[in-house]
Design a binder for this molecule. Structure first.
Ligand code: COA
Length: 259
């Protein structure tokens, strides 16, 4: 457990809160483990009906911790053990309990792709969304290469997944992965009300209905595996090392022809 993910539960809602504001809520391996544990607890505990993701500070999450990426925390261990990020992504993609998110500021990388697996997403008018995987010489993850084009259309998905463009909350709503854009100060209350509303419904009916809506998740899991193989390869590339160093040294990367 780390205090970088706060966990609390009330009225059938398990709240998982990003709490590493000094690093813009960048997600470390330990934080992924806490998020994955939280989702597992929610699936097993009948008193939890809904999971609510929210965040402390001005950024929802800056995505994966880049220093962790560079240290190899996102690739399988030599013994073949999956990194905690994969456990989190699997759990969020297969969750049967309802998932609600309140995005109060910038969401980057997995901070966006995790939303594609949520059922209700509310965004502050200050929220922004960016998936700079290609800018980091990586590839998309969390089955976003499948789900984003499905939801937004290929060209709009390319704006985010290829061009790495930052979009605002209104555009994210147009893309289809944000339900409502709300006043910044009202966000927490609106998201909590939505979570409590779901939690007040017949839990069996709620779960069965989500299961029917999601259908067979095999295509999502298969795509996540394909992305994972390529992502792990790209993490070993010279271009990713350059992009990571450039971020940490606060400069622009210079990419080679070799990749
Ligand atoms: N991994 C590791 N550290 C990160 C981080 C990340 N993803 N995002 C931010 N941080 C750290 C910065 O290194 C900085 O640390 P320092 O104070 O020790 O120098 C601190 O958080 C504050 O970040 P800073 O960039 O100064 O804040 P900002 O308000 O100017 O910008 C962001 C916020 C989110 C726009 C910017 O930090 C950013 O682009 N982060 C990287 C996002 C990213 O590429 N994520 C990976 C996606 S796959």
């Amino acid at each position: 457990m780390t205090d970088h993910i706060l966990t609390s539960s009330e009225g059938g809602v398990l709240r998982l809160t990003f709490n590493r504001p000094d690093k813009k809520n960048a997600i470390t391996a330990a934080m992924y483990a806490d998020l994955a544990d939280g989702l597992e607890k929610a699936e097993k505990d009948p008193s939890i009906r809904v999971v609510l993701f929210d965040s402390v500070g001005d950024i929802f999450t800056a995505g994966n911790d880049i220093a962790d990426f560079m240290a190899g925390a996102s690739t399988p261990s030599p013994s073949g053990e999956q990194p905690s990020v994969m456990r989190f992504l699997y759990n969020i993609a297969t969750a049967e309990k309802s998932l609600v998110a309140a995005v109060q500021g910038g969401a980057v990388g997995v901070g966006v792709t995790m939303l594609l697996h949520c059922d209700l997403v509310y965004a502050s008018e200050k929220a922004t969304f960016k998936t700079p995987f290609v800018d980091l010489a990586l590839v998309p993850e969390a089955a976003s290469s499948l789900l984003m084009p499905q939801g937004a259309g290929h060209q709009r998905a390319a704006e985010m997944l290829l061009a790495g463009k930052k979009i605002d909350a209104a555009r994210a709503r147009e893309f289809g992965f944000v339900n409502d854009v709300v006043a910044h100060d009202a966000l927490a209350g609106i998201a909590l009300d939505a979570a409590e509303n779901l939690a007040s419904k017949s839990p069996v009916s709620l779960q069965l209905s989500k299961k029917l809506m999601k259908g067979d998740r095999k295509a999502i899991l298969t795509r996540m595996e394909e992305e994972g193989v390529l992502f792990a390869e790209r993490l070993q590339s010279a271009d990713f090392q350059e992009a990571g160093m450039a971020f940490l040294q606060k400069r622009k990367p210079v990419f080679s022809n070799g990749g």
